[in-house]
Design a protein around this ligand. Structure first.
Ligand SMILES: Nc1nc2c(ncn2[C@@H]2O[C@H](COP(=O)(O)OP(=O)(O)OP(=O)(O)O)[C@@H](O)[C@H]2O)c(=O)[nH]1
Ligand SMILES: [Mg+2]
Length: 437
């Protein structure tokens, strides 16, 4: 349990009807008592209730009238005593109330400190704590749904069950070291091999969800490239639904690249329009072409647009998907035509992106890995499980290394769930939160 009492604004600063201030820690009720002149003090009130009260400064002047909500350890977000103040929003009132809280002995919460305390007090596992930040940062309903699943504990439960099974097998293996192979039941090797294969397969299924998890959280980078005048900026505008880029019949219209985001099946797609690829004497345009090539090299998908009937550029960006444009001029149904059939062109490009990005809605059941840390930890665990399987296959001389590999697998999963952790790991995770969460 923490000895310090923390407080912070839990709502974004700025103009708003209501601002929520959260207080958590052992002195929460002493501070709440001193903050009001209520006859029945906050410390005498039941958890799960609220009261309308005037908040007073040190001289007894009213700062604001507020709703006070009461939570008591361990049944609160942080697992500590918590009081929430709903005060008027804006620039002044929340600041004055916070200053009063500092004067009464609370200190400003660090980013993510409420959630960190919730984790340290066992209210959330580490995957749930990370899901809180993911839910707040979600950029589409689909990303929010996936974060909700992790926050509910679905991901943590699946990893936790795997962790428990690995621990059990690890313990059995340590026990084995005291026996000779001849003393073991005859089915021992087949059973352990089957158990390890099943565990590795469960882990592999979760690892496969990282593709979708990464796209939902980090988005996909898609670059429009190709020769000048191919209709890149026209398609860029069509996909965004606004006239963002200048379109002109002159070749070399776009020089600096433009970037905007649109949602495709709930995945944020960062779309980049680039300068037409050609050799040119114009220094600025040449710089633009160099940037276009560089961006294409780093994208998840590069669409190389070429007017139907024109020769292909001699140096296509590697891995680029070719798209024929201006199909209305050649009557080629394989080419898109933004001019004659914008809806069809949009649908064709979106389908192309769905395939290239492997965006199949509902591929996972909503439970997916949420970050590179989880992916790395689980990969390490799978590697260790496979190594244990190989060691077991060597018979009793393999038991000692197998026990070691199972310990590694358990440690990797334990770290992933936050059952074992280092302070710098927690600092890395919670410092990415906003203050007040
Ligand atoms: N006929 C026809 N013309 C098109 C189509 N799409 C774009 N254009 C025209 O082609 C010309 C070039 O379009 P842009 O979108 O500026 O081409 P760009 O590839 O961005 O060109 P740069 O920026 O110079 O590299 C404009 O006059 C567009 O109106 C189409 O589907 N059919
Ligand atoms: Mg352009």
């Amino acid at each position: 349990m923490h000895r310090e009492t923390i407080a912070a604004l839990a709502t974004p600063p700025g103009l708003g009807g209501v601002a929520v201030i959260r207080i958590s820690g052992p002195d929460t009720y002493a501070i709440a008592d001193a903050l009001t002149a209520l006859r029945r003090k906050p410390s005498e009130r039941d958890a799960g209730t609220f009261v309308h009260a005037e908040l007073k400064d040190g001289a007894g002047e009213t700062l604001d009238d507020a709703l006070m909500l009461f939570f008591r350890a361990p049944r609160s977000y942080t697992g500590e005593d918590v009081v929430e103040l709903h005060v008027h929003g804006g620039a002044v009132v929340p600041c004055r109330v916070l200053e009063r809280l500092w004067a009464l002995g609370a200190r400003p919460a660090e980013p993510g400190e409420f959630t960190k305390r919730a984790f340290l007090n066992g209210r959330l596992d580490l995957t749930q704590a990370e899901a809180v930040a993911d839910l707040i940062a979600a950029r589409s309903p689909r990303a929010a749904r996936s974060a909700r699943a992790a926050l509910r504990g679905d991901l943590g439960r699946r990893l936790g069950a795997l962790y428990a099974d690995v621990l059990k097998l690890a313990a059995q293996t340590e026990h084995l070291l005291d026996f000779d192979e001849g003393e073991l039941p005859p089915s021992f090797h087949d059973d352990t091999h089957a158990a390890l294969a099943a565990m590795a397969e469960r882990a592999d299924r979760l690892l496969a969800t990282w593709h979708e998890g990464r796209l939902l959280r980090e988005g996909a980078r898609v670059v429009l490239a190709g020769p000048p005048n191919a209709g890149k900026s026209t398609l860029f505008n069509l996909l965004l639904g606004t006239d963002r880029a200048i379109v002109n019949e002159q070749a070399g219209t776009t020089r600096d690249f433009l970037e905007e985001t649109f949602l495709l099946d709930g995945v944020p797609v960062r779309l980049t329009d680039t300068a037409g690829l050609r050799d040119t004497a114009d220094a600025i345009e040449r710089d633009g072409v160099a940037r276009a090539r560089d961006l294409a090299g780093r994208a998840d998908v590069t669409l190389c647009l070429v007017p139907d009937g024109d020769p292909l550029p001699d140096r296509l960006p590697e891995g680029a998907v070719r798209v024929l444009t201006k199909g209305d001029l050649t009557h080629n149904p394989d080419a898109i035509s933004v001019h004659a059939d914008p809806k069809g062109a949009r649908e064709k490009i979106c389908n192309l992106l769905r395939t290239a990005l492997k965006l199949t809605e509902g591929a996972s059941d909503g439970v997916m890995l949420a970050n590179a840390r989880q992916y790395a930890g689980l990969s390490e665990a799978v590697g260790a499980l496979r190594a244990a399987d190989t060691a077991f296959a060597r018979g009793d001389i393999g038991y000692v290394p197998a026990a070691g590999h199972l310990r590694e697998a358990a440690e990797a999963l334990g770290k992933l769930l936050g059952r074992t952790y280092a302070d710098d790991l927690l600092d890395g995770i919670f410092s990415r939160f906003c203050v007040g969460k």
